[in-house]
Design a protein around this ligand. Sequence first.
Ligand code: ADP
Length: 200
Amino acid sequence: MAESPHRRRIAVCPGSFDPVTYGHLDIISRAAKIFDKVIVLVSANLEKRPAFTLTERLLLIEQVTQQYENVVIDILEEELLADYVRRVGADAIVKGLRAVSDFEYGFQMALGNKKLCPEAETMFLTAAADNMYLSSSIVKQIAALGGDISSFVPPEIMPVIAGRLRRPPVPSALDAETKQRLMQQVQQFAKTIGKEGTQE
Ligand code: ADP
């Protein structure tokens, strides 16, 4: 039987989004042009220790996708992606493809999902040249050391991400008072073991 031409085409964009970056947003916005509805699916990745909770990641994505009327966000927990895709009647799983890094894993996942849910296709959109080497991990590493992440994440969520990920600076030197106190302790100790006069 021929399918109704008016059936709404649904895509699922799965990922960790820990946190969302311009790379993810590029894929989401392009998927939103092709499909009638795009579900950004924030997934728990058991192999990675996340910096943000699933709900925090959802809220960050929500803030930066408000301009797309056909984009919604959901969380995948305790369920297979293939089962989710079938349950919502999605036509495609849309993923980004960066240079080399996404290929091997993406290919394996696509084959696995095709077996589990033959009615949906996996589509890969090539990453934009500017985002080819952009990842959530890079953002986390730069932000942890107080670096500028403004080219990687939208301005409205940048302060939250930077604030959460910034590690407290390691004191590079002892302050004068602590140093003096420690020296007194060392000298006291030297006295008790008969080495009075030992200097720094
Ligand atoms: P996962 O842990 O599933 O890889 P990610 O959050 O790293 O989750 O990525 C989610 C999706 O977004 C994947 O399809 C990934 O290829 C894509 N993606 C991530 N970063 C970029 C980028 N810089 N350019 C294009 N696609 C990207």
